[in-house]
Design a binder for this molecule. Structure first.
Ligand SMILES: [Zn+2]
Length: 248
């Protein structure tokens, strides 16, 4: 009995008669697959919740199939196989990676302080909200009026944020900057956005800073660097590298 159970451990390949190849999911992958389905995304196109509720189904095995569907299977309906053809194996691995990424992201969101603010679990001094973004006061402000604009959907940085959320952030920034100008009459507003620990990003949820500047306020190093000519050869070489990477 134990041996039979062992044959269906997560990560093992199975075959559904008459021939679909699948892989057994672990709990996190199964939950991710269920949530992705709810959002109308692949995988899977079908799911039969009745299966796992039926009293006869003592052994329930969540299986993802090569056609990007998944189901909870009875052990008797699937057969263990050692190694599917490389192409099928690769395809299953790709989908599994997607599920793993999704569940890692879910975990990150559960721990994310800005996601908690979006959900209302942590209070904030809100200044603006629309369907895509939320803006609130930084509680460790550089100066009064220091405002953060965040996407409601968790994205860690500029590399991850979807185009439409990024556009919404910048459109909101324009409105909020006008509000700051009208309310506080600053001499300028600095816009800052940091990506990665190397740039001192502290909260790993994309955020755009609006920092009102006033006469006599201490300089921000990032807005007051010394202007000295660089090495033109190195600048040209770097521009070529970046342009090539963008094209590539
Ligand atoms: Zn978040």
């Amino acid at each position: 009995m134990n041996q039979r159970k062992m044959a269906f451990d997560p990560g093992q390949y199975v075959k559904l008669l008459p021939g679909l190849v699948g892989i057994v999911l672990n709990k996190a992958q199964y939950l991710a697959a269920t949530k992705l389905l709810k959002q109308g995304q692949k995988p899977g196109r079908y799911f039969a919740p009745g299966c796992c509720q039926h009293p006869d189904y003592v052994i329930q095995i969540p299986v993802l199939f090569e056609d990007e569907t998944f189901d909870v299977m009875r052990a008797m309906n699937i057969k263990h196989i050692d190694s599917p053809p490389p192409k099928k194996r690769q395809k299953l691995r790709t989908i599994i990676e997607k599920l793993d990424q999704y569940s890692r992201r879910e975990q990150t969101m559960e721990d994310c302080i800005f996601c908690k603010i979006v959900k209302g679990e942590i209070p904030c001094f809100k200044v603006y909200e629309d369907d895509k973004v939320l803006a609130f006061e930084d509680i460790n402000p550089i100066d009064l009026g220091h405002t953060l604009i965040i996407p409601k959907n968790h994205a860690e940085n500029l590399f991850e944020i979807p185009d439409e959320d990024l556009a919404a952030i910048h459109l909101a920034a324009k409105k909020i900057a006008r509000g700051i100008r009208e309310a506080l009459n600053p001499t300028g507003i600095a816009c800052l956005q940091l990506n990665g620990k190397g740039a001192n990003q502290v909260v790993m949820h994309y955020h755009f800073h609006l920092v009102p500047r006033h006469e006599g306020a201490p300089e921000l190093p990032i807005t007051s660097w010394e202007l000295k000519p660089g090495d033109m050869g190195a600048i040209e070489e770097t521009a070529k590298k970046i342009a090539a990477a963008i094209e590539g």
